[in-house]
Design a protein around this ligand. Structure first.
Ligand SMILES: C[S@@+](CC[C@H](N)C(=O)[O-])C[C@H]1O[C@@H](n2cnc3c(N)ncnc32)[C@H](O)[C@@H]1O
Length: 493
């Protein structure tokens, strides 16, 4: 029997981006619905769910909410037409515990959105599959179940989540070895993995992977070797490369070693780091380590995202401490930290030799980062230009205070100009933030830029149509991305 619909006030509904899978709202769909309302069209009821144990707007306490599972576009169209109430059906007729039911809620929402309305884009579906896989280490949702719910082939789901599943299969010993190689103390590893310090020490001292070379000699590839030992690929590479020189490592990884200050790498190397919005090529990190650190040095990655920096540090035998506001469960080496440099908190005890800082490039990918951030702990990509600049002013000062005289800061950022749909001469230059602004902020905080390395973003994703439109309208895009290398200025004698 179909559940009865009820009338609900749209203002009482919560749109939860981590449950509602669509990353973008389509204004075209909203307009079409609004026009249809004008001529008296009737719409099917939206789907909602009452929940409890829901984080409040500050992200602190829990509360009750009614979240939309399907029908956001309809709600927007109703509101545009000044209609406050909409028909809705409840998925389950009783309130659900939000924390315990996140995956079923996400799946129900995804499935409703797959069946009708504006269909989900492949990217939306990929995000749902990855979100579910990463919160489901017991693999309760198989690839085939996800494929069925999302209306795609099992092969597609497999390609989307294979790295997450491989990491989940990683055994505890290899996690301990990874953390230890990155420089974690046995005490901290024991605390994180909930094991005794004695057991941690035993694993670190007694585990041997001596057969890697035998397996290689038998013609086994690295993927096979990683799954043979239940470890993730980056650690398998680290073990294979152990004791080699940096140059030998570049060679075995089949990376050319650039000797000039133009580092253009179009593709991310799948062996290092997770699929993550704004992921950077591992080669870029490796070159930074090669020129500006030595084996055993301590690297700090304040905004580590998908973990490419810790993975490359592992392979190049550097220590690494990594933080992010959205650390993934499967990467214990990335610790939670929300940077708010005005508070002056610095989460690292030992002073680093290198800070590899890859923050969001102003509002680029803001939607993706917003979804990962909490309401009270926002990503800096949601800041106004003034707030964003103030963040860097304070961060560079804080980093300066917490560094040694020899610490190197490698700061990656891209020029941001308001070029979309705007001819070059009409851009609003007040909105732009470029490498010159970062130079000014770094210098004011006591850092001296010693090298400027150009690492352009790939322009391959531009379609022929986009290029044609830009040519016709004299729009000048930007692919500039600069790695600023800075040292602390010498104190006046
Ligand atoms: C450009 S991404 C880093 C990508 C990473 N280098 C990689 O290759 O995967 C920037 C990261 O900054 C994080 N972030 C933004 N604001 C933050 C804040 N205030 N505190 C901590 N992390 C923040 C985002 O969650 C995002 O993962």
């Amino acid at each position: 029997m179909k559940p009865d619909s009820i009338k609900i006030n749209i203002k009482d509904l919560t749109w939860d981006p981590s449950i509602y899978p669509r990353t973008t709202k389509s204004q075209q769909t909203i307009n079409a619905y609004a026009e249809a309302l004008d001529i008296g069209a009737q719409f099917p009821p939206i789907k909602i769910q009452r929940v409890f144990n829901y984080p409040d707007t500050d992200g602190n306490k829990t509360t009750q909410a009614t979240i939309t599972l399907d029908g956001n576009h309809r709600c927007e169209a109703f509101q545009e037409k000044g209609i406050q109430e909409i028909s809705a059906i409840e998925w389950k007729d009783h309130p659900l515990d939000y924390e315990k039911n996140k995956i079923p809620l996400l799946l129900e929402s995804a499935q409703s959105n797959t069946i009708h309305g504006d269909r989900l884009t492949p990217n939306d579906k990929k995000r749902v599959a990855r979100d579910i896989a990463s919160t489901d280490p017991e693999c309760r949702y198989t690839e085939s179940a996800l494929a069925e719910k999302l209306g795609v082939s099992q092969q597609t789901v497999n390609a989307w989540i294979t790295d997450i599943r491989a990491r989940q299969k990683t055994n505890r010993d290899s996690i301990i070895i990874r953390l230890s190689r990155l420089g974690w103390t046995q005490e901290k590893i024991a605390e994180t993995t909930k094991m005794t310090q004695g057991r941690v020490a035993q694993i670190i001292n007694n585990t041997s992977f001596g057969k890697i070379n035998n397996l290689l000699a038998q013609g086994r590839d690295m993927k096979y070797i990683a799954s043979h030992y239940n470890m993730e690929l980056a650690l398998a590479w680290a073990l294979r490369l152990e004791g080699k020189t940096d140059q030998e490592k570049f060679k075995e990884l089949e990376w050319g070693l650039r000797t000039w200050d133009q580092w253009n790498f179009n593709e991310c190397d799948e062996r290092f780091g997770d699929d993550w919005p704004g992921r950077i090529p591992a080669q870029l990190v490796a070159h930074t380590l090669f020129y500006f650190t030595k084996p055993g040095d301590l690297v700090l990655d304040p905004m580590a995202g998908g973990g490419v920096v810790p993975d490359v540090c592992l392979a190049f035998e550097r220590k690494c401490h990594a933080f992010d506001l959205a650390p993934s469960d499967s990467r214990p080496e990335i610790e939670y930290h929300h940077w708010n440099p005005q508070k002056g908190t610095w989460p690292l005890v030992k002073k680093p030799d290198l800070i590899f800082f890859d923050p969001p490039y102003y509002t680029k990918k803001a939607k993706d980062y917003k979804e990962k951030a909490g309401k009270a702990t926002p990503s800096i990509s949601s800041f106004t230009k003034k707030e964003y600049e103030t963040f860097f002013k304070d961060f560079f000062n804080l980093a300066h205070e917490n560094s040694r005289p020899s610490t190197i800061l490698a700061f990656l950022n891209a020029d941001w100009r308001d070029f979309e749909s705007t001819p070059a001469t009409e851009e609003n230059t007040d909105k732009a933030i470029t490498t010159y602004d970062y130079n000014r902020l770094l210098s004011a905080a006591g850092w001296k830029i010693t090298h400027r390395i150009e690492c352009p973003l790939s322009s391959e994703r531009m379609t022929g149509n986009m290029v044609k439109k830009m040519q016709d309208r004299r729009i000048l895009g930007t692919t500039t991305r600069t790695l600023h290398i800075a040292k602390k200025k010498k104190e006046a004698p």
